[in-house]
Design a protein around this ligand. Sequence first.
Ligand SMILES: C[S@@+](CC[C@H](N)C(=O)[O-])C[C@H]1O[C@@H](n2cnc3c(N)ncnc32)[C@H](O)[C@@H]1O
Length: 289
Amino acid sequence: MRVRRVEKRHLAAAVGEEWVDPDRRPYVDGETAYVPVREGFFCDAEIPERRPYRGRPFQMVGDTAILHGERPTAEEVAAIVAWRRPACVLHLRTIDGVRRIPEAEVLYGEAHPVRHRENGLTYHLNPVEVMYAAGNLEERAHMGRIVRPGERVADMFAGIGYFTLPMAAAGARVHATEINPVSFGYLQENIRANRLSERVEAVCGDCRRHLTGVYERIVMGHFDAPSFLPDALSHAVPGTVIHLHAVGDATAAIWEALEATDYSATVDTRKVKKYGPHIWHVVHDVELL
Ligand SMILES: C[S@@+](CC[C@H](N)C(=O)[O-])C[C@H]1O[C@@H](n2cnc3c(N)ncnc32)[C@H](O)[C@@H]1O
């Protein structure tokens, strides 16, 4: 297919041009769009004809393709390489343990730190070292939409900044704690890369030891969050909203933790993604009264 290379941000403006072949779809790879060219017009590259990809679902994190579940076959990997031209293909088997360290197998290329763009923010991470949860994309954007500028927020399990960065970018003052030094290194890099150093105070260590004062919002993005609730509650005031992530319904644990305090609360539950057969990753939004 004869194409012209156009920067992705100029694609929308380019599609109305006379030289664009309206019967073929542009192909976007990273920041470059390959726009099909009509006969008789100049092209600056030739790429194989694109057919719709009907292979196994995968996610792109930076230039790396990631698959979960069953180990992919050689044919499945080859189809992804031909279609998306990733620098690396990884199979992530599990993300277990307190620090959420992935167990990864490299199936193509070499694992390396990537630069991933999401909702206007830049994330640096190495997918074989730290977790990247594609299914939480909407939840991350949601957190950026609901914070109020200037509010004081604790992100108790900050990881590489999936919630910290959108909230800080929306104007919140975020106190981010992360126990895994590797994730913490990426968190610091990502705060700098997005020029959010003035809004984020990041600490490497156990959140239970580093929370200070009171917060208007507390994000608990870890499936063991219910056991950390007494710590969160001791840094809350009436009006504080706690976003507690859980696998399955954790409302009983929430009410039990609240019984030891003077708070009453409203609890709203939102689904984030399917976690297994009949099991959902949910967020309980707990507003203290
Ligand atoms: C599931 S990840 C969440 C990352 C991010 N919030 C998200 O949803 O994508 C949980 C993170 O909490 C960190 N963590 C676990 N226990 C912790 C603790 N006691 N204090 C601070 N961070 C902790 C882990 O290292 C991991 O990076």
